[in-house]
Design a protein around this ligand. Structure first.
Ligand code: AVJ
Ligand code: FE
Length: 436
C-alpha cells in the first residue's frame, strides 16, 4: 500500500473525489450543528479571545471561496466587498463583533452558495494534474482541515460561553492503570516530518533525520488526579517550579488551578459545556497553559518532551497504531467529538505506538517544549499566513489533537501552535526525562 492509498483510504481519482465530497458534507454538517443556535448566541462575543461564532462560519466559506473557487476554479469573487471582514489578519478577534459581519442567515446562505460551486469545481478538476493545489486533491484537503480547525475553535467558544445543551456527549471506553508509567525510547536516528502524506501542511515538511539521545516519556497524558497532587502540594504558590514569566502570568491573573475548575471545600468541580461535575481523576487534565504544564513537569522532577521526542515516540507511522484511518472505528483514539471530553488514561491499548506509548493521538493536545520553527529545508506552500508568519520564539508547539479534533485534521506529523499562556484550547500534556 502506498502512502496515498493508506491516507486517502482508496485507489484512484474517482474514489478520491467521492471521499472528498463525503468529507465536505460531513464537515459542513458539523459546522452547522455548532451554530444551530439563536442569533444572539451567534453574534455575541463570549470571550475577547474568540470571534463571534458567526464570524467563524462565514470565514470558512470565504476561505473555501478564495482557494477552491478563485485559485483553482478561476471563478470571479462572489462578494468581493466582504473579503476584508473575514481576513484573519485584518482585524483582531476582539474587534470582530463591531464589524458589519454577515448575520447568521446571510452567512449560511453565502457559505452554501460557495459550497455548491465548490462541488462543481470538484466534478471537473483533474486530481492527477501535477499542479500542487490540484494534485491528489490538496486544495480540498486544505479547506476540509481548515473548516475542522475552526469547528474546534467554535467548540472552545461554546465552552467559554458556558451555555448548556448545544454540545453532545458520547460513551468512551474505560481506563486501565499503567503497570509501567514511563516508556524508554532508545537513542538513535528517526525520521521527523513527511514528504509523502498527501494533505500534510508545509510546516510538516520536509522529512529529515534527527538523532535523539535515549529518554523516558510518560505512557499516558498527565491525569487530573496527578495534576491535583501538584495543586494540593502548593504548586501554584511555589516559584521554584515556574519560569519567571509563567510565575508573573499566574500571579497577575490569579491562576491557581486549570481553567474551568473551582474548589468547594475538599471537592474540585469543573464546568464543561454548562454542566458542573466533580473533576474526574483518571481523565487527562485539559485547559492548562504551557506555563502550568512546564511548572508541573519541574515539580514532578521531569520536563516537557520536545516535539521531536513526542514524534519519535509515535514510531514513524501516520498514526501510532499504523496506517489505518481512525475515522471508521473508535478503537484507537478519542477524536472527532465522539464525546465532549478526554478519555480516561489507558482507554486505548490498541492505539499504542510500537514503543507502547498510548493516547498520543486524540483526548488532549499535548504541549511540547519546542518553539514553532520551520524544519530544515522548509518551503512555504501555498501561502505565508498559514505557518510562516508564526515561526519564531513566540508560540509553543502542541501535538496529537484533542477529543474535538477531526481524524482528517491530525496525524503524527501534524503541528499545532499557540501562545504559552493560552488555556481555552483543549490542551494537556505528558512529561519526559533524559536518561541519567
Ligand atoms: C493551526 C489552529 C493554530 O486556528 O489559529 C485557522 C489554523 N489558520 N485559520 C488557528 C488556522 C487559518 C490555526 N491553528
Ligand atoms: Fe482560518
Amino acid at each position: 500500500m502506498t502512502d496515498l492509498d493508506a491516507v486517502l483510504g482508496n485507489a484512484g481519482p474517482t474514489g478520491l473525489k467521492e471521499r472528498i465530497a463525503a468529507e465536505l458534507a460531513a464537515v459542513r454538517e458539523r459546522s452547522l450543528a455548532y451554530t444551530d443556535a439563536d442569533d444572539d448566541m451567534l453574534v455575541r462575543q463570549h470571550s475577547s479571545l474568540m470571534s463571534p461564532l458567526v464570524w467563524d462560519l462565514a470565514h470558512v466559506g470565504n476561505y473555501e471561496e478564495l482557494w477552491v473557487l478563485r485559485e483553482v476554479g478561476g471563478i470571479e469573487p462572489l462578494r468581493p466587498e466582504i473579503d476584508h471582514l473575514y481576513d484573519a489578519f485584518r482585524y483582531p478577534r476582539k474587534d470582530r463583533p463591531t464589524l458589519p459581519l454577515l448575520g447568521p442567515a446571510e452567512a449560511r446562505k453565502y457559505i452554501s452558495g460557495v459550497r455548491g460551486r465548490v462541488l462543481d469545481v470538484l466534478d471537473r478538476v483533474d486530481l492527477t494534474d501535477p499542479d500542487p493545489l490540484r494534485s491528489r486533491g490538496y486544495v480540498f484537503g486544505l479547506v476540509l482541515q481548515h473548516e475542522h480547525q475552526h469547528d474546534e475553535t467554535m467548540l472552545a467558544t461554546l465552552q467559554l460561553s458556558r451555555r448548556p445543551g448545544l454540545v453532545r456527549d458520547g460513551e468512551l471506553p474505560p481506563g486501565r492503570p499503567a503497570a509501567e508509567p514511563e516508556v524508554h525510547i532508545p537513542a538513535g536516528v528517526f525520521r521527523m516530518g513527511t514528504d509523502t502524506t498527501p494533505w500534510a501542511y508545509d510546516n510538516e515538511r520536509p522529512a529529515h533525520r534527527i538523532y535523539l539521545p535515549g529518554y523516558w516519556i510518560d505512557r499516558h497524558p498527565v491525569t487530573n488526579g496527578a495534576y491535583l497532587e501538584f495543586v494540593e502540594d502548593g504548586g501554584y504558590r511555589d516559584p521554584r517550579w515556574w519560569l519567571p514569566q509563567g510565575w508573573e502570568w499566574a500571579e497577575r491573573n490569579g491562576v491557581e488551578a486549570p481553567l474551568f475548575w473551582t474548589r468547594d471545600g475538599d471537592t474540585w468541580w469543573r464546568v464543561r459545556f454548562g454542566r458542573e461535575e466533580p473533576v474526574p481523576p483518571d481523565e487527562p487534565v485539559q485547559h492548562v497553559s504551557w506555563f502550568e504544564a512546564d511548572a508541573y513537569a519541574r515539580w514532578a522532577g521531569k520536563r516537557l518532551p520536545t516535539e521531536a521526542e513526542w514524534e519519535k515516540a509515535c514510531g514513524g507511522r501516520t498514526y501510532p497504531w499504523g496506517e489505518a484511518d481512525p475515522g471508521h472505528l473508535g478503537r484507537w483514539a478519542n477524536l472527532g467529538h465522539r464525546a465532549a471530553r478526554p478519555a480516561p488514561a489507558g482507554a486505548f491499548p490498541d492505539g499504542a505506538s510500537p514503543y507502547g506509548v498510548e493516547q498520543l493521538i486524540g483526548d488532549v493536545w499535548e504541549w511540547t517544549d519546542s518553539w514553532f520553527q520551520p524544519y530544515p529545508g522548509y518551503r512555504c506552500f501555498p501561502y505565508e499566513e498559514y505557518s510562516k508568519v508564526f515561526f519564531g520564539e513566540t508560540y509553543r508547539v502542541l501535538r496529537g489533537g484533542s477529543w474535538a479534533t477531526h481524524p482528517s485534521a491530525v496525524r503524527t506529523t501534524f503541528r499545532n501552535w499557540d501562545y504559552p499562556i493560552r488555556r481555552q484550547i483543549f490542551a494537556g500534556f505528558r512529561c519526559a526525562r533524559s536518561e541519567e
